[in-house]
Design a protein around this ligand. Structure first.
Ligand code: FES
Length: 127
């Protein structure tokens, strides 16, 4: 199968929504966060949990202001991540890469918004 899979109208896709669709026997999560759409495999690479039903948030990053001092933590607005609800594995929503080991990567898919409808590009599923 190739082509686009319809998700739902953009107007019904609220900020923070997670929509789970089935395409070619695969479960895919479509997420709207910060006005952007992302689509990833919904099958966590740890133990097959429903990763796309987890919490989406900005990655926490820590930096030392001075050697020997505690880390100064902040939210990194440039890196949005999703945490699997089962055991917390966390992935970058854009690349699908695990935040602690970039050799672990969830498949990601293109999201297209056309004429007010949100689609996932399924041509990529046939790779
Ligand atoms: S199944 Fe996702 S973290 Fe374990």
């Amino acid at each position: 199968m190739s082509g686009r899979v319809e998700v739902k109208p953009e107007a019904e896709f609220d900020e923070g929504d997670h929509e789970i669709i089935e395409a070619n026997g695969r479960s895919i999560g479509v997420i709207r966060y910060g006005g952007e759409f992302y689509a990833l495999s919904n099958t966590c690479l740890h133990d097959c949990g429903p990763v796309c039903t987890g919490r989406v948030h900005e990655k926490m990053t820590g930096e030392h202001e001075e050697p020997g001092q505690p880390l100064n933590w902040y939210h990194d607005e440039d890196e949005v991540v999703i945490s699997c609800p089962w055991h917390g594995w966390t992935y970058d929503v854009e690349s699908g890469k695990h935040i602690g080991d970039d050799s672990i990567q969830l498949p990601t898919y293109d999201v297209i918004v056309k004429d007010g409808m949100v689609y996932v590009e399924t041509d990529l599923l046939d790779r």
